[in-house]
Design a protein. Structure first.
Length: 124
């Protein structure tokens, strides 16, 4: 992994950012009755992903960074649940649900790889 100057240089954060932007657009399209329910939950969870990656990056110890990455991973799984609600309530199509799910799992895989990297650095 190449040297980074900021969390913004991390590919996993960049992918999380794009996911956050996409889900923000989705939240704006939900019915107004969901503004303070599902839309709010989607926004909070998606923002939590990138915020935890950023905060972990700023920590001094690898183990702290890993813990924040685990929190980000939890938020990604939370997003999956919120999207399943959107699908079950017929706010999004099966195709859009599948695409969003695929993007979430891509970020999860990248985050898992970043955690493996951090563990290897911690143990060396």
């Amino acid at each position: 992994m190449k040297s980074t100057l900021s969390f913004e240089d991390l590919e996993v954060w960049q992918k999380g950012r794009q996911l956050r932007k996409d889900l923000s657009q989705l939240a704006r399209k939900l019915p107004s009755s969901e503004k303070f329910r599902l839309a709010d939950q989607l926004l909070r969870a998606s923002r939590s992903v990138t915020a935890n990656i950023a905060e972990g990056y700023g920590r001094f110890h690898y183990q702290e960074n890993i813990q924040f990455c685990r929190q980000a991973r939890g938020s990604l799984f939370e997003l999956l649940d919120h999207l399943s609600v959107a699908y079950d309530e017929e706010y999004i199509s099966e195709e859009n649900f599948a695409k969003a799910k695929e993007r979430i799992f891509e970020v999860i895989r990248m985050l898992n790889g970043y955690v493996r990297y951090l563990k290897s650095r911690r143990d060396s």
